[in-house]
Design a protein around this ligand. Structure first.
Ligand SMILES: *Cc1c(COP(=O)(O)O)cnc(C)c1O
Length: 329
């Protein structure tokens, strides 16, 4: 578990390195729902997602020698961007391992953010083996994307800020994948007000944490393409922190169809004038679809990221609802 003092320390450590993002009332959702709804605009965070918080906290928590040698991970998505940026910003160095199948735009983006990119093998597993080799042979420190105390404590600062800005929030909606964000936000929120309900939200197909919570232990699930691509991937069969924290702290988990997620992206754009990726829109989507039983306000909704392909965004805004065909199967 993550203690209140670890969260306070993380707040101190990362202040000045990450944005304190605004929490703004949504007029349209407040009118529609009949209770106050505020949006935590964490998609406006530097690098486009909250992952910068955990990455920055984890690197700043390393001793000087480890920080100088550098950190390594195998993420191609928002975590890769965040780790690359955070490392450079605090005078460390990130190595990001990717397979040959990762598209060029993702490779060049991570490189642009200052990481040393290693292209190796034909799968994520090959990239992960290279990470392990660099840890063993070159002494780099592996920082995983969610299942790590300092990462969770960094993500928890999103929750602290929400309750600072909206002390009477009684429901908080959080996107859920590996559970670093949900575990951290829940720990922070419940430390300030144990009565506040925190609901995790995932896509219907390939929701590894939900399947694991139902099974009572970490399990693997099949992956599917989804509008909420940042919510894909497993939680790790040897999960050390986020599974038990989500099991013990989260009040509920809700799953959404592709069309519901598309409606969330569209609403964010049309009514809030915000570009959010699918994973970042699931909280809005859950409200629009009336998916949360017995919901009470005031509600805070975490918009977690904005890194969506702009061609795909345009298609959603033009009314497409299920570009990956996930709802037909
Ligand atoms: C990583 C990510 C999530 C999920 O975070 P976890 O800590 O893995 O649960 C949600 N939204 C966005 C935009 C992300 O990048």
């Amino acid at each position: 578990m993550i203690s209140s003092s670890q969260i306070r320390d993380a707040n101190e450590r990362i202040r000045g390195h990450v944005l304190r993002t605004p929490l703004v009332v949504s007029q349209s959702l407040t009118e529609r729902c009949g209770f106050a709804v505020a949006l935590k605009l964490e998609h406006q965070q530097t690098t486009g997602s909250f992952k910068l918080r955990g990455a920055t906290n984890a690197i700043l928590s390393l001793d000087t020698a480890a920080r100088e040698k550098g950190v390594v991970a195998a993420s191609t998505g928002n975590y890769g961007r965040a780790l690359a940026f955070a490392a450079r910003a605090v005078g460390s160095r990130a190595t990001i391992c990717m397979s040959k199948l990762v598209p060029d735009n993702k490779v060049s983006e991570v490189r642009r953010l200052g990481a040393d990119v290693r292209i190796i093998g034909n799968s994520q597993d090959d990239a992960q083996r290279e990470v392990e080799r660099l840890v063993a042979e070159e002494g780099l420190t592996m920082l995983p994307p969610f299942d790590h105390r300092d990462i969770i404590a960094g993500q928890a600062t999103v929750g602290s800020e929400i309750l600072e800005d909206m002390p009477d929030a009684i429901t908080v909606l959080v996107p859920l994948s590996g559970g670093g964000l949900a575990a951290g936000v829940t720990a922070a929120v419940k430390a300030k007000n144990p009565k506040t309900r925190v609901i995790g939200i995932s896509m219907r197909r390939g929701a590894a944490m939900k399947a694991s919570l139902d099974a009572g232990r970490p399990i693997e699930v099949e992956e599917f393409p989804s509008l909420a691509d940042s919510l894909g991937g497993g939680i790790g069969l040897d999960n050390g922190f986020t599974f038990s924290m989500c099991r013990d702290l989260l009040d509920d988990v809700v799953l959404l169809s592709e069309a519901e997620i598309a409606a969330g992206i569209l609403h964010a754009y049309q009514h809030e004038r915000e570009v959010v990726e699918g994973a970042g829109a699931v909280g809005i989507a859950a409200l629009l679809a009336n998916k949360i039983a017995d919901i009470a306000g005031p509600v805070a909704v975490v918009l977690s990221g904005r890194n969506i392909d702009m061609g795909l965004h345009r298609r959603i805004v033009n009314g497409e609802q299920d570009p990956f065909g996930g709802d037909k199967e």
